[in-house]
Design a protein around this ligand. Structure first.
Ligand code: IDP
Ligand code: MG
Length: 143
């Protein structure tokens, strides 16, 4: 079982796409094991995107992701990281295939609707930034 950190970015929240995005992820079989809405402060956004701190778009990225609320989730499934990345589509919505979230709902490279961890290792540290262990509800109870 693998876990990934996903958040619905402020552009998707503003466009009313949260339900559609969550629905697509659930339809792929991913289980929500943690979820909350929050507005990131700059410190949290800078830590989350620390790997990009020397990129020319870093400040714009931090400003954007702190510009409004996000819904942040931990999703779980076999191969969750890869399945989520495939469901999201490529970083640049112009290059993302139809059928993917970014390919179908567009935007641009700075406003691309969704974050998903890019590796199991990064997923672990990203999850720890947003959630305490007791906020993650696992295992799923059979009923
Ligand atoms: P990812 O979200 O598909 O993993 P990353 O390369 O990790 O893409 O970049 C993180 C985020 O930074 C992207 O989702 C996007 O919001 C933003 N970003 C990436 N490249 C650019 C760029 O060239 N210009 C502006 N923003 C960018
Ligand atoms: Mg990334």
């Amino acid at each position: 079982m693998e876990r990934s950190l996903v958040f619905i970015k402020p552009d998707a929240m503003q466009r009313g796409l949260a339900g559609e995005i969550i629905s697509r992820l659930e339809s792929k079989g991913l289980k929500i094991v943690a979820m909350k809405m929050l507005r990131m402060d700059k410190a949290l956004a800078q830590r989350h995107y620390a790997v990009h701190k020397d990129k020319p778009f870093f400040n714009e990225l931090v400003d954007f992701v702190t510009s409004g609320p996000v819904i942040v989730m931990v999703l779980q499934d076999d191969d969750a990281v890869k399945v989520i990345r495939q469901t999201m589509g490529e970083t640049d919505p112009a290059k993302a295939l139809p059928g993917t979230i970014r390919g179908d709902f567009g935007g641009d490279v700075s406003h691309n609707l969704i974050h998903g961890s890019d590796s199991v290792e990064n997923a672990g540290s990203e999850i720890a930034l947003f959630f305490s262990a007791k906020e993650i509800v696992d295992p799923f109870i059979e009923f």
